[in-house]
Design a protein around this ligand. Structure first.
Ligand SMILES: O=C(O)CCC(=O)C(=O)O
Ligand SMILES: [Fe+2]
Length: 214
């Protein structure tokens, strides 16, 4: 990993292209396989009862649970086990691209098989929007769409490749975004065609002790 990583910006979204080299990517995939043995991938369901195409699990203090009861953070996997800790390899990326941020409390692991996608949405179930969202791409390329803070309007798309890191922070923190499709077979990192995305977030609001005086 570079110590002072370079980035480009699209609508204020910071893109750190190729931040992880192939060895670092492979090590991270091994870490994810290990955590998925403790906290197996789940089939997320929308509030309307529709199965999503992505498979999900989590690491950290809080895991992201989408089911018929709604979307929320939970301290345990539905099996009852605590979420495994966020791997140090993943924490190191957060520290490098968001050195001033609080520590991440949740690492969502999204697994996209060929054909899987994620509709346009905002990440807005967290308590402190001053904290960034950091996303790491592994495996096949993904066509990532960046929109606006309000729903609809013009969008811009970028291809995210294995080893790329993205930060939604500051003015870009609440932009709508989604994954239109992945391009199966563009990477050989994973055993089978597909993509893994890690989304790191601070979940809780600032504690009163930490709040700056007005
Ligand atoms: O897979 C991605 O690149 C984006 C994932 C995402 O937006 C989310 O999980 O909230
Ligand atoms: Fe998101």
């Amino acid at each position: 990993m570079n110590t002072e990583p370079d980035f480009r910006e699209v609508r204020g979204v910071r893109l750190f292209d190729g931040m992880l080299d192939p060895a670092a990517q492979a090590a991270m995939v091994a870490d994810i396989r290990a955590l998925a043995r403790t906290a197996p991938f789940l089939v997320p369901v929308t509030r309307r009862g529709q199965e999503m195409s992505v498979r999900m699990t989590s690491a950290g203090t809080f895991g992201w649970i989408p089911d018929r009861r709604g979307y929320r953070y939970e301290r345990r996997h539905p099996s009852g086990v605590e979420w495994p800790p966020i791997p140090p390899s993943v924490l190191a990326v957060w520290r490098a691209v968001a050195p001033d941020a609080r520590s991440p409390e949740s690492c969502l692991v999204n697994w996209y098989a060929p054909g899987a996608r994620m509709g346009m949405h905002q990440d807005r179930d967290e308590g402190d929007f001053d904290q960034p969202v950091v996303s790491i791409s592994l495996g096949d390329d993904a066509l990532f769409r960046i929109g606006n803070e309000a729903r609809g309007g013009r969008t811009e798309s970028v291809w995210l490749r294995s080893g790329d890191v993205m930060v939604l922070g500051g003015e870009a923190r609440l932009l709508h975004h989604g994954v239109d499709r992945i391009a199966p077979g563009t990477s050989t990192l994973l055993e089978a065609p597909g993509r893994i995305n890690l989304t790191l977030r601070v979940v809780t609001g600032q504690s009163p002790m930490e709040q700056q005086p007005e």
